[in-house]
Each structure stands twice: as structure tokens, then as C-alpha cells.
Design a protein around this ligand. Sequence first.
Ligand code: ASP
Length: 409
Amino acid sequence: MKLPSLNTQILIAAIVGILFGWFAHGGEHETALYGASLVGTLFIDLLKMVLVPLVFCSIVVGIANLRQHQQMHRVWRYTLLFFISSMLVAIVIGLAASNLFKPGAGLHLAMFEGAIQQFEAKSMSLPDFFASFLHGLFMNPFKALAEGQILAVVMFALLSGIALVMGGAQFDGLRSLFEQGLALSMRLVGWIMQLAPLGVGALLFKLVAQQDVAILQVLARFAAVVVGSTLLHGLLVLPLVLWLFTRHSPLWLWRGAREALVTAFATSSSSATLPVTLRCVTQHLHVKPEIAGFVIPLGATINMDGTALYEAAAALFIAQLAGVDLNLVQQLVVCFTAMIAGMGAPGIPSAGMVTMVMVLQSVGLPAEAIAILLPIDRLLDTLRTTVNVEGDMVGSLVVQHMTAVRPRV
Ligand code: ASP
């Protein structure tokens, strides 16, 4: 018998978990709750297990795949500047929308009780935050990998990637080692996702059994906030940036980018869309192959506006559900980690959900909370991947324009 697709399985498991949780609500079901909690926690542990190797290899490979090129220094600089700025704008939109509409307000989840104390312990003043942020950047990579210090892992990955590019052929062996490491991590993610129906069902069962179902209403509100702000970024901000730099109209962009946008929406994967994206920018949007060949593959790995926006909005949503107010400093932490989580998420379906763990943990929120987001994740993934890919294409056009109009140095 052919099983339904994984998405369908997750959806069915979510519904079953919610229904059983509903029936169990208010009763004495210690054993069932114990079992559900065990299965759910194991699922989260598995995700945490694969997070560090996945993020590390994804960033090294993303950078190392780029060829070193004489004229490339300026292209490098503009590309990174564009990626970071556009993700920052996306994150600010996500944070602003969550602060404004407060989709998680008014519902307090019992499952987060333990998290509050941990959260209190993580609250820091601005100077303390910056000091610890800087100290956390560079670290013995083995210590960072072992302790899951994601920021230090990312820094080491970025530097290693750059060194691999500069070193050229002498590092071919290492490069293919990391490529294989990435392929291996992706395979592990694939296996873990096979368990997602079980994990999601168990976590939702526990959630609903201990909580009332008002959560569904709140979830719909959150989905609406994410969709609205992602559309704002994709339909307004990115076309505006393009127009400001290049005077190209949004219609020109969307007409040329159409195939890639539709593919991204259908596959929920920037990586799978990559060949189509390259074709669109070089053939329809007239980006030079050497610029497109640099910006687009790098963008498919690290430039994720939609993902970064989603992660920031989701962290705030979870904080609201946990009944804690994130102050300015904590929102800054969310801002940084959402950017890193976006960069560290490989361009595959639901990757953002895996790296979400680190955004939540950065401000002391429980990783278990992703169980609430999982049932709607694939749905939201379609749109955020489309905006991720749109951001890459706009990036290549802006970078081409910037490197053409300025005198060579
Ligand atoms: N699916 C997204 C992409 O491929 C990544 C994510 O899960 O946010 O761009």
C-alpha cells in the first residue's frame, strides 16, 4: 500500500493528535501523557542533533562553491551587503507585525511554564548583551560545535568557506568532504522528518490535553500575520529596492522571474529552484552569467528573506504564548539569530523549522514550541521560499547595477 505524502501524514497526525488530546482533556491520563512527552521530546532531540552539522556544512559549502575571480571582490562586498540588509529589513517587518498584531497574546500555554524561569535568567542589559555577543563570536571550533554555540560555529564556517575559496585546488579534498557532510546531514534530516508525523502527533496530543483548543484560533491569526508581512516584503519592499537602484518596474521583474517564483512556490526549496532561477535571471532579466553564477547559488544558500522574517515573527509569537515580553535587547538577539538561522538554513523544504530551534533557544524559549508551528510550517514554507528566491533575483540585479556604475578600484 502506498503511504500518503509526508505532508499529508503530518497533517493527519496533527489532526489525530489534536482530537485525542481533546478527548483526553481534563482527564487522568498520566501514562499517555508520559508516552507523548517522551516521543515528542525525542523528536525535538533528533532535530537538535542534526542542527549544528547541518548549519556548519551548509554555510561552508555555500561559500566554497564560489570561484575566486579577479573582479569578484566588489561583487562579493555588494552581494553580502545586499543579502544582510534585505534580510534585516525582512526581520524588522516580521518583528513589527508581531509586535503590532500580537497574534499569540491572550493565550497562555501550560507547556511553557518551566520555560519562564529559564527565560528570566537569560534577560540581559544592552552592554552585557553586546559584550557576550562579541565574546561568543570566536571560539575554539570544537568547543563551539560540542556546545552548540551556533554563532561561533557560523563564524568559523564563514571563515573556513572563504579560506577554501582562496586556497583553490589545494583544498579540493576538504571541499568535497564538506559537500558530503552536507549531503549526509540532509539525509539525516530526511530520516528525522519521516518521524515528524509521530513527533507532531505526540506533541500536539500533549499540548491539547493540557490546554484548551483556543490554540488553533491563535495559530490561524499567526499564519495571517506571517502571510501578510511576507507578502509586504515580496510585493512592496523588494520591488521598491529594485526600482530605487535600477529603475526596473515590478511588472518587468515578475514577468521575467515568473518561472522561478512558481517553481519555488511549488517545491518549497530554493536549492531545487536554483537552475530555474539562474535561467530566469540570465535569459529574461539580463544579468551577466558571471554575476548570476556568483550571486544566485550563494543566495540560494544564505539569502533567505522570507525565512528570516518567519523565524523572527515566530519567536515573538512563541514568547507571547509563553506569556513573556521580549524587551528591546531580547528582540535584538532574535534579530541576529533569525538572520543567522536564515543563513544557516539550507534551501530545502522546512529547513527554517530546524534552525528555528536556535532562535528560540537564544532567548530562552523552549524548543518544544516548534510543535505548535509544525502543522502549518509546510503551508507557510511555500510563500517564504518564493520570497527567498525573489530576494536572490533582485540581489543579482542590484549587484550587477552597482558593480557597473562605480569606477573600478
Ligand atoms: N524552504 C526554504 C527554502 O528552501 C527554507 C525554509 O525552510 O525556510 O528557501
